[in-house]
Structures are given as C-alpha cells and as structure tokens.
Design a protein around this ligand. Structure first.
Ligand SMILES: NC(=O)C1=CN([C@@H]2O[C@H](COP(=O)(O)OP(=O)(O)OC[C@H]3O[C@@H](n4cnc5c(N)ncnc54)[C@H](O)[C@@H]3O)[C@@H](O)[C@H]2O)C=CC1
Ligand SMILES: CCCCCC(=O)CC\C=C/C=C/C=C/[C@@H](O)[C@@H](O)CCCC(=O)O
Length: 282
C-alpha cells in the first residue's frame, strides 16, 4: 500500500489546481453510502487523487445524480454507481464482485453507510454494525493475502457518539461502539494472520449532512425525540464539521500505512486526532 508524505496527498478541499493529485493513481476504492454526505465527500477526494471509485448506495436517484456530477468533474470512466442495500448479503457480495470485474482490483473499502433510527432500532443495528462486519469480510475476500490477494486498507465509520453518548440515540450509540471493537479486533487478526490489510476506524463528531437532520424527526427518533434539544445544544456547543474534513481524515488513513487498528477522531476543537487506549493493568 502507498506510503506518501502527508503533504503530497491532495487535501480534501483540494488546493486549486494542485497537480499532485496522483496519490492513488491505479487504486480502486469501494465506498458504501457513497451517494451523499460523508461518502460522497470521500468519493470526490479519492477521484481527485486519481483512484477509481465504486459508489454503493441504497438511493437510486441520488446515486445516479452523484455519478453524473462526478463524471462531469472527473471523467466518465473513473466511477461507477451500484444500487445496493448493504443489509442484503447477496447484493453486497455482487457489488464487490461487480467492482472488481469493472476495475480489475480492489485496494480501499470504506464501510460508511449508516442510519439513525431508534424506532426501527433493529434496522439500525443491521446497517450500522452487521453490514460493516459483512463489508469488512467481503473486503478481505478481495484484498487479503490469505486469499492470494495484494492487501489493502479498510475504513469502518463509527462516531464520536461512541465517546460522548446521549440519551436520544441509545441504539445508534451501541452500533458505533460495536464498530470500534470489531475493527480493532480485526486489525489484530489481520496483523497476526498476515492478511496485509490495514483496518482502521473513523469517529467524526457532528457533520453537516442529511443524517444529522434526522434528530428533529419523531419517525426516526421515536420517544427519544424529546431529548433533541440537548443534542442540538451540544451541536451548538461543539460545532458542526464539513464532510470534506472527514474525507481528509480518510485520506490520511489510506495513505499512512503505519495505521492499523487506529481510532481516528475528528472534532471541531481538536481536528483530526487519534484516541489512545491505556494499556490494561494486571
Ligand atoms: N452526520 C454526522 O453527524 C455523523 C455521521 N457519522 C456516520 O457517517 C456515516 C455517513 O453518514 P452521513 O454521510 O452523515 O449520512 P447521510 O445520510 O448523508 O448519508 C448516508 C448514505 O448512506 C446510504 N445508506 C443508508 N442506508 C443504506 C443501506 N441500507 N444500504 C446502502 N446505503 C445506505 C444513504 O442512502 C446515504 O446516501 C454513517 O455511518 C454515520 O453514522 C458519524 C458521526 C457523525
Ligand atoms: C441525529 C443522529 C445523527 C447522529 C450522527 C452522529 O454520530 C453525531 C455525532 C455524535 C456525537 C458527537 C459528539 C461530539 C463530540 C466532540 O465534539 C468533542 O469535542 C466533545 C468532547 C467532549 C469531551 O471530551 O468530554
């Protein structure tokens, strides 16, 4: 995998006319939830850095529009859109297979798709955790040296909700905790099993996307919607990030091959930084 001085990687917001956007030339990335929000932001940054990108998303119309926009900006042969519900194991497997058949390889997988629904909390677990596990295993099928592949990097998207819980999204919070635990364990498995695949977690704070706006809705928050004011007060207190900064953090994980098992946090107060775990005392 690539090891580039960080300054060589085109920043997420892309310095105008920066010609150094070669960081990922020839690499292929698959991004779930890639049609909007954080997923679209990282797809754009990947394309700026000359990667090929497979946008995997449930939303057909938004996905097609996203591909059309990206084709206009980065050329028609550099990204594909695959309509897919990540909770459908067969469809997700097909999405990975189609990506490899189209571009010939797979190097980067970003398990980003996520929802916030405390009413249908079982669905939230299916999308935010179970499908991240499925996506990780499918990524290894196509990248792990245990299967004769060339290695790669996986980014699983958690949240700062795993560090600062709130009463209005209990199951969402549980899924994001689970993503961290699973990813750190898998990173150790990959190292000990010599998979050649780095597995890292990214925990954004509040980010200005459609998901954040679900906090107002009783149909997603259920009885916990009554706690929305505290959540909004926290947004005011801690600030709201742009999706492009999250994309920048993802690029750092992708290009710094020293990172495996890392838990990257991105907040307004501290920017891009890493969580450190105290060694367990006897
Ligand atoms: N927006 C925020 O404040 C934060 C978001 N995150 C996480 O970032 C990730 C991306 O979220 P955002 O970009 O904010 O949300 P978003 O709602 O803007 O985008 C999520 C995308 O995932 C897709 N998606 C949802 N369910 C799917 C399914 N079953 N199969 C395939 N695609 C599906 C949606 O169609 C959408 O395009 C999520 O995992 C979320 O939990 C983490 C921390 C903060
Ligand atoms: C409406 C539901 C969508 C939820 C999307 C999220 O995941 C939102 C993120 C959830 C929590 C964010 C917490 C942010 C914390 C940071 O800003 C940090 O600066 C707070 C530090 C607090 C501390 O150090 O104790």
């Amino acid at each position: 995998m690539l090891k580039l001085p960080w300054h060589m990687v085109l920043k997420a917001q892309g310095s105008a006319g920066d010609a150094s956007g070669m960081a990922l030339h020839g690499k292929v990335a698959l991004v779930t939830g890639g049609a909007q929000g954080i997923g679209r932001a990282v797809a754009e940054t990947l394309l700026k850095n000359e990667a090929k990108v497979s946008l995997v998303d449930l939303n057909q119309s938004v996905g097609e529009m996203c591909k059309k926009d990206l084709d206009q900006q980065y050329g028609e042969d550099n990204c594909i859109f695959i309509q897919c519900d990540v909770t459908d194991r067969g469809k997700l497997q097909e999405a990975f297979q189609s990506t490899v058949e189209r571009f010939g390889r797979l190097d980067i997988v970003i398990n980003n798709a996520g929802i916030n629904n405390e009413k249908n909390w079982e669905k939230t677990i299916e999308v935010n955790l179970t499908s991240v596990i499925k996506g990780t295993y499918l990524a290894l099928d196509h990248m792990s040296k245990e299967y004769g592949k060339e290695g790669g990097v996986i980014i699983n998207v958690s949240s700062m909700a795993a560090f600062l819980h709130s009463p209005h999204q209990p199951v969402y919070t549980a899924t994001k905790h689970g993503v961290i635990g699973f990813s750190r364990a898998m990173a150790d498995a990959s190292e000990q099993g010599q998979y050649g695949v780095r597995i890292n977690t990214l925990c954004p704070a509040f980010v200005d996307t459609q998901l954040l706006r679900t906090v107002e809705h009783e149909e997603t928050m259920g009885k916990f919607v009554k706690f929305k004011d505290e959540f909004k007060e926290r947004m005011d207190k801690f600030g709201v990030l742009k999706p492009s900064l999250i994309a920048e953090g993802m690029m750092r994980i992708i290009t710094d091959e020293s990172l495996n098992g890392a838990v990257m946090k991105i907040t307004c107060s501290k920017g891009i930084h890493f969580h450190t775990y105290e060694p367990l005392s006897a």
